[in-house]
Ligand binder design. Sequence first.
Ligand code: PLP
Length: 379
Amino acid sequence: MADPIYLDYNATTPVAPEVVEAMLPFLREHFGNPSSAHPYGARAAKAIAQARRELAGLLGAQSEEIVFTGCATEANNLALRGVAQALRHKGRHIVTSSIEHPSVATPLQWLRSEGWDVTALPVDKFGCVLPENLKRALRDDTVLVSIMHANNEVGTIEPIAEFAAIAHARGALFHADAAQSVGKIPVDAGALGVDLLTVAGHKLYAPKGIGALYVRRGTPLHPVLMGAGQEGGLRPGTENVPHIVALGAAADLARRRLPEFAHRVRALRDRLHARLTEGFPELQLHGHPQHRLPNTLHVSFPGLDGRRLLDEAPEIAASVGSACHEGGEAVSGVLAAMALSDSEARGAVRLSLGIPTKEDDIDRAAALLIRAARGLQRR
Ligand code: PLP
């Protein structure tokens, strides 16, 4: 059987050919340790400096505001635990949303066990946090607000610039997990006004095992790992040069081609939505109808089970809207926070498109899903 049609780009992307080309010399011949004071080291250090400029260029940041990490999970941990450690004498209250990725929610859960007070704001039916709820939650002892830029499941984009301004007006720092938005929509950390912003390499056509944290100059932050002084002391450990080079190349590619990518992917995503609605008029869209990632289509087939639907269409590789836990299927926390009924949530599938997606993939995927849905209804 041919490879299934890949519609799971929010889970991970392939590595772009340009990115592979950029990193290969640093796997093959340029193996130096960037801290070494000889030409091998200097070459590696120069490549890292270039990658830092490239990522800073994509994010509207200064090079020295970029800290490379091992993944987005690590960047989120560094932001949350690093600020908590640095500001623990100022206050012990953090505000977040109820739809964060586990790499934000779990460190915050841990901080709770360490005596921190964490307020998780609700979302509306589109997955949006309301600015008035954020204003109400802020207190004199709030040191940090962490709200994701775009949601990984439904794709809803939060008004981060407005939230950062609200947080700053009450003296709190603002962190945005932008793992899903960087490379899909313009993300300018300076214009957004955030203090900290998380990047995931493997969601923007770089390999897995590389991420970054934007740290606005002057932001109080303690390292989570202790060691030597790499990455300004914030992320000690000998740098992963090939992957850092890859993230720089992916950022450069995104900076040059993002408007074209976004336009094309949005048109394909809307075509998929239209095809599915033609064949299955009961289809329900989840996430914000407009303020949503251009590649993400999260829909439910009411009365059907998303997992069974995808099982019936093995020619498609996508995700379901529920998470599998020991002892059965649980409704995703994001969908529950958006107050979807159990049956709507169980019927949900997440179809996420990417740069390699073709029109033919979309038309075939739509036909296969409609056939599978109608087949399940007849049973
Ligand atoms: N944040 C969001 C919104 C994500 O979607 C993901 C990955 O799915 C992460 C953080 C964590 O990324 P990684 O697993 O690469 O650390």
